[in-house]
Ligand binder design. Structure first.
Ligand code: HEM
Length: 390
């Protein structure tokens, strides 16, 4: 694709993504004519999905008899007041009894549904998609400004083993599953807005069902890859003083120098810990979504956060709210990981001469290794001198 076309495509996608409709406030409404009840303006504002102040309803639960269980409010001619009854149910003020069993069975009206839906369809798509486009744009600019990072003086031709087959298997299990999860996750989140207009409802339906199946099942491979790579590489990723030197030198990226490093430099350690910590978080929130209502974790997490940093997050959540938080958090963490991983993929492939070989066949050029991981080469060669291996 030529540069002009690429620029136009990115601009068109950004314009589509940045649709601010979700953020508009509903206009102030005079409700004297209805005695404080909702007006036509309120109904219209809700239909247009404007941001509304619901206090006129949530605080108007009618006569105190409504605090009684619903069964006691129902007479031969219906409830004490139908609208009061339903408001009581809606704002969680009624004692509900149902024959249906299950964690969410006595939630008859779930008021958090619309805010969650709007957040998911609006800011999540806008900012998440924007972040992905942003990092891609940044890397394109970086490529043109800095260019590919080459091996100074060219490759030596001598090879040195960087990763064993089992390490490469762990990496590609993690990488392959992550890419599949990212793509199917994006299809699930954004497909309704961006794919249905292009491929139609029927084709999208098949794609969505397939994506969901793949997403739910590939998740296990991701978790296995995460555990494998953690166990194999954690010892090489403990931060030390050398990392600070590496960061102060900006990794030598713009000065074209080569700050000292052992097996993994500070930049790689940042990627490692980002993948591990966010990977655990995305996996836990994903499991909570995969087994609905079985693994609520936000009320507990919020109460720990509140007690540690004095915040005021809600600690009494309905089962559905738990699921909504899990869904939103899962997406936020996934986007953060995608941003980091896009940068990682760039530097591990087109961005740096000789880097891909490390995960390709496991053998890197000795000169590449000496320039980017000098202390590691010394360690390996010292061991080999004693008859050991890397
Ligand atoms: C096509 C995609 C990818 C390519 C080409 C790629 C390439 C590489 C390369 C060449 C290395 C070794 C760097 C070295 O020798 O020091 C590496 C390491 C690593 N990769 Fe990937 N990778 C890809 C996708 C992923 C994904 C999706 C993840 C995680 C979700 C991931 C996680 C890691 C981690 C944790 C390391 C070790 C730390 C580091 O070197 O940054 N990689 N990758």
């Amino acid at each position: 694709m030529n540069r002009k076309l690429l620029g136009a495509a990115l601009l068109a996608m950004a314009t589509l993504l940045f649709n601010p409709a979700w953020a508009s406030d509903a206009p102030a409404v005079d409700r004297t004519a209805t005695g404080g009840a909702q007006t036509l303006e309120d109904i219209m504002a809700r239909q247009q999905q404007l941001k509304m102040d619901e206090a006129f309803r949530s605080e108007n639960l009618g006569n105190p008899a409504n605090a009684k269980p619903i069964t006691e409010q129902l007479g031969t001619r219906g409830g004490v007041s139908d609208s009061d009854v339903w408001r009581g149910i809606r704002y969680n003020q009624s004692d509900i009894k149902t024959q249906a069993r299950g964690p969410g069975a006595d939630v008859l009206i779930q008021d958090g549904g619309m805010p969650w839906y709007k957040l998911r369809e609006g800011p999540m798509v806008t900012y998440g998609g924007g972040a992905l486009l942003g990092i891609i744009l940044l890397l394109v600019v970086f490529y043109f400004v800095r260019g590919k990072i080459m091996i100074d003086g060219g490759p030596s031709g001598t090879k040195i083993e960087r990763f064993k087959a089992i390490e490469r298997f762990g990496h590609w299990l993690l990488a392959g599953s992550f890419i599949a999860l990212a793509l199917t996750g994006l299809i699930t989140l954004m497909g309704r807005s961006f794919l249905i207009p292009v491929i139609g409802h029927e084709a999208y339906s098949t794609l969505a069902v397939g994506s969901k199946w793949l997403h739910n099942n590939v998740a296990w491979a991701f978790m296995l890859g995460l555990v494998m790579t953690f166990v194999m590489w954690v010892a090489h990723n403990i931060p030390n003083k050398l990392d600070w030197q590496w960061i102060k030198a900006g990794g030598g990226i713009f000065t074209k120098s080569h700050p000292s490093s052992k097996k993994f430099n500070a930049g790689q350690k940042i990627i490692f810990w980002t993948v591990m910590l966010l990977g655990v978080s995305v996996s836990l929130s994903g499991l909570s979504l995969l087994f609905p209502f079985e693994m609520p974790m936000f009320a507990g997490t919020f109460s720990v956060i509140n007690s540690v940093i004095g915040t005021d997050f809600p600690t009494a959540l309905t089962p559905h709210e738990e699921m909504q938080y899990a869904n939103i958090w899962h997406s936020i963490v996934a986007f953060a990981m995608m941003v980091a991983i896009i940068a990682h993929i760039y530097i591990g492939s087109v961005g740096m001469e000789g880097a891909f070989d490390a995960m390709g066949n496991g053998q890197v050029d000795r000169e590449w290794a000496r320039q980017h991981h000098d202390l590691w080469v010394e360690e390996v060669e010292a061991k080999q001198g004693k008859g050991g291996s890397s």
